[in-house]
Design a protein around this ligand. Structure first.
Ligand SMILES: *Cc1c(COP(=O)(O)O)cnc(C)c1O
Length: 381
């Protein structure tokens, strides 16, 4: 009997038509930003209810540009969650501002809005929350707070394409919203990102900031009035993104069904802390990029590393999302230390990301659940 195939924790779904589309773009001779980017941006704008959208090479680029669009720089503070990917603090620091961390909620893993309110100072310019794993932040509370204090909001929606809040798509409302098309996200463009903006002026500024700061003059020459970067998406990537966007609803439905099967099938003794199912009454708004329980490490004889290695030995890939951002070497230079944010720190210690991608089967889910239950039972204290 042969061993079952290796099950990674994430895998993109790329069909033959997409692969042939890429070949056609390569043969067309136009492979940098061109007609495919224009078409992808039109399709994204339509998806987000007509709001202006500009593509970039990543969500990280989109968040850097978003901070610049908001005019965030030296002397400014930006409030962000201690539980997320490294992008938010990195880009806040890169534009010269100060990251101000607050804890997250243990169940949703999203930014704690009461702590956010308490962290606002006269130097605060923006709030930069993440929709963890595709579960939206409380959008009513977030935007009420931003309005009250006249703050900009930059949503890290890297994991949240396909998510919605009370029936409205994440990205179709709000302030600036950044998406990622990295292969582990709900749709991919190989690498890529998009920024949803409020108006034509912000879109124009984004075009400059993603391409050398260049504006074109009437006489055919160019001028630069802002130090832009080089973040324009190639047409090959846009072509993949367009094909993926057409299948996004199907991918999201598959992810939801698999997440439901995890809730039916994932039972361990001692129990793990399971992820939040969604906001009560609005469960359909979760797009399930990840299924990430917390291990009962206090009642296990093995470490998380050993659990992950044991799963790997059974052919199952496990991810970790995320480390506690305030405990990085870089963040500690701003004075942060252990004990600042207990929820973020506990999640950082105990979280595991189980395999979840649209082409997985219910049998794959059961294989993961059986393996995890056995390893935890064997290591029980
Ligand atoms: C993946 C991810 C990013 C980074 O996206 P890129 O497109 O790779 O830059 C940022 N934030 C979160 C929450 C992510 O999951």
């Amino acid at each position: 009997m042969s061993a079952p195939a290796y099950l990674p924790f994430a895998r993109p779904t790329l069909d033959d038509a997409t692969i042939q589309g890429v070949a056609a773009v390569l043969r067309s001779g136009w492979i940098a930003s061109g007609p495919q980017v224009a078409a992808f941006e039109r399709a994204l704008s339509e998806y987000f209810g007509g709001r202006p959208v500009r593509t970039l090479t990543s969500a990280t680029a989109a968040i850097e540009v978003a901070l610049q669009v908001c005019g965030v720089g030296p002397g400014d503070e930006v409030i962000t969650s201690a539980q997320s990917f490294f992008t938010a603090p990195n880009m806040i620091i890169k534009v010269g501002a100060k990251p101000v961390f607050v804890d997250c909620d243990l169940a949703t893993r999203n930014i704690d809005l009461a702590q956010t309110a308490a962290a606002i100072t006269p130097a605060t310019r923006a709030i930069l929350p993440t929709h963890f794993a595709g579960l939206p932040v409380d959008m009513d509370g977030l935007y009420r707070l931003a309005r009250e204090h006249r703050l900009r909001v930059i949503e890290d929606a890297a994991l949240a394409i396909g998510s919605s809040w009370r029936g409205r798509r994440i990205g179709a409302f709000g302030d600036l919203v950044a998406f990622s098309f990295h292969p582990n996200k709900n749709m991919t463009a190989i690498e890529g990102g998009a920024l949803v903006l409020n108006n034509a002026d912000e879109a124009k500024l984004t075009e400059k900031l993603r391409f050398h700061g260049i504006s074109r003059l009437a006489d055919g020459t160019r001028d630069v009035d802002v130090a832009g970067g080089k973040f324009n998406l190639p047409d090959v990537n846009a072509c993949v993104g367009l094909a993926q966007l057409a299948r996004l609803d199907e991918f999201t439905a598959a992810r939801r069904a698999l997440a439901e099967h995890y809730f039916r099938s994932f039972h361990t003794d001692p129990p793990c802390v399971l992820p939040a199912r969604g906001h009560p009454g609005d469960e359909a708004g979760h797009s399930w990029n990840m299924f990430a329980p917390l291990l009962p490490l206090g009642r296990m004889r093995i470490t998380r590393r050993q659990f992950i290695d044991a799963m790997h030995a059974r052919g199952i890939g496990i991810g970790i999302s995320y480390e506690a951002l305030h405990l990085s070497t870089l963040a500690r230079r701003f004075g942060y230390h252990e004990g600042n944010f207990p929820n973020a720190e506990r999640i950082a210690r105990e979280t595991i990301t189980l395999p979840l991608f649209p082409t997985m089967t219910f049998a794959d889910v059961e294989r993961v659940c059986t393996a995890a239950a056995e390893i935890i039972a064997q290591s029980r204290l």
